[in-house]
Design a binder for this molecule. Structure first.
Ligand code: C2O
Ligand code: CU
Ligand code: CU
Length: 483
């Protein structure tokens, strides 16, 4: 009874969110035109203010099963669990090697990696390495790489990319949204010579904090995807961080690094700090920017990551709130005496040669859908169809356009497997700092046209798709063959 009511209320708030244009959450309708400074967003509804009543906890760092020189072996099991998110109510969850979410896997560039994957769930799953440049066969863990219940498989690959904060999650056709919602997601850190030489904060959970943002709806304290699922976007009223409801982070009075993952099914976050305090953007999905960039806000679509440096010595008083729009996601309680530490602003170097950046696109993809027809290039996913082909190691310019239809339009986070790409332009203009580093997922606002330079280092078949998991599950996906 209560649950039914909760569902109806949630549905009503989502619809209300669609029809009002308060705040920045109004979706576009057919009469809308793209204006500077105006934003057409996913249907959002009110998120509850987090008061910081519980201490933020952090996923454990996974201990390798063995290491030998350049080789490292990990074991990861997808399993059922139980969590108590609110007072005394236990709810069924999924997790990796635990009850909810998964441990952090740490890898180094050049390392030869073996991971033993076990599915202890009562249903099929896959283990997808989001952002990892691996061969597009089973190792990538897309919808083709299903592991049946009770089965263990081993994957092997060599880490061939730069330092980055990546993540892993399931990707079974039609069930990704549910499995992620129930708790399957974890972080994967890659380090390299650059990340070690920069002397950025890197003491895990001391001055280098993983922050996994996920909005959820707890129905009488329970997490039941089926009761809240909404094809348009499954949104929650509660943002949990690292699986903690109402969290507060305690951090030293110095510069701290936050590695933020938008692990939500659908919600796009508009992150900022209290009083618009500036922070430094260090890295995006695929690694460091060329130099740290000072920002006061940033947009983070589902699946995207950023690493930021926040100078807590600049805060007046002892707390600083992390906000989504104007809603508190998490207070940061600052402790100890101020410690001044200097870090390099120059982080790394890369570029796309001009002769490539100025090429006309050789691939174009339209994204559409707001209520039910979620399509790429007007089509729904067909596992028997290869949509695109590209030669291994060759950079091509893709143009991604979010088009408006009779249904309207909403922001779609566009993701490609097996590659880290660079954004050349957004509507013909130089992209914002937050899009100037390597990316594997970009938030494309309605009517925006984004050009990206894409190169696949390995061969195989890869997915590209919208990272709103509900859209992905109903077929807003395509396949590319790299030959
Ligand atoms: Cu994070 Cu195909 O996914
Ligand atoms: Cu991915
Ligand atoms: Cu979408």
């Amino acid at each position: 009874m209560m649950k039914k009511l909760g569902y109806v209320l949630l549905a009503a708030t989502i619809l209300a969110g669609c029809n009002t244009s308060e705040d920045t959450s109004a979706p576009a309708s057919t009469h809308a035109h793209s204006h500077e400074g105006e934003r057409y967003d996913n249907p959002q509804h009110m998120l509850q203010e987090n008061l910081g009543e519980q201490a933020l906890t952090f996923p454990p760092l996974l201990t390798p099963t063995s290491t030998d020189g350049n080789q490292i072996v990990y074991e990861l099991t997808a399993q059922q669990g139980n969590m108590t998110f609110v007072d005394g109510v236990e709810t069924a969850t999924y997790g990796y090697n635990g009850n909810f979410l998964g441990p952090v896997l740490r890898l180094e560039q050049g390392q030869e990696v073996t991971i033993k994957l076990t599915n202890d769930l009562p249903e099929p799953t896959t283990f997808h390495w989001h952002g990892l440049e691996v061969a597009g066969d089973a190792r990538d863990g897309g919808p083709h790489a299903v592991i049946e219940p009770g089965v263990t498989e081993t994957i092997q690959f060599t880490v061939n990319q730069q330092a980055a904060t990546l993540w892993y999650h399931p990707h079974p056709m039609g069930y990704t949204a549910k499995q992620v919602y129930k708790g399957l997601a974890g972080l994967l850190y890659i380090e390299d010579a650059t990340s070690k030489s920069l002397h950025l904060p890197n003491d895990y959970a001391i001055n280098d904090f993983p922050i996994i943002l996920q909005d959820r709806t707890l129905l009488d304290g329970e997490l039941v995807y089926e009761e809240v699922a909404n094809t348009m976007s499954t949104l929650g009223d509660t943002v949990m961080i690292n699986g903690v409801v109402n969290p507060a982070l305690t951090a030293p009075k110095e510069k701290v690094r936050l590695r933020i993952l938008n692990g939500s099914n659908a919600l796009t976050y508009y992150l900022k700090f209290e009083n618009d305090m500036p922070f430094q953007l260090l890295a995006t999905d695929g690694g460091f920017l060329q130099e740290a960039s000072e920002l006061t806000k940033l947009t983070l679509g589902a699946g995207e990551r950023v690493e930021i440096l926040v100078d807590l010595t600049q805060v007046e008083g002892n707390t600083l709130a992390l906000l989504n729009n104007d809603t508190v996601l998490m207070p940061i309680n600052i402790t100890g005496d101020a410690k001044e530490i200097q870090y390099d602003k120059e982080l790394t170097t890369f570029d796309v040669p001009d002769e490539i950046a100025q090429q006309e696109p050789t691939k174009s993809i339209t994204m559409e859908g707001m209520t039910e027809n979620f399509l790429l290039n007007g089509q729904s996913f067909d596992p028997d169809r290869i949509d695109l082909r590209q030669k291994q190691g060759v950079t091509e310019i893709w143009e991604i356009e979010n088009i408006i239809t009779d249904e309207g339009a909403m922001a779609h986070p566009f993701h490609i497997h097996g590659t880290q790409f660079l954004v050349i332009s957004v509507n013909g203009k130089t992209p914002d700092a937050s899009m100037q580093g390597y990316k594997d997922t970009i938030t494309v606002q309605p009517m925006d046209k984004v050009r990206i330079a894409v190169r696949f280092p390995e061969k195989g078949i890869y997915m590209f798709h919208c990272h709103i998991l509900e859209h992905e599950d109903v077929g807003m996906m395509g396949q590319i063959e790299i030959y």
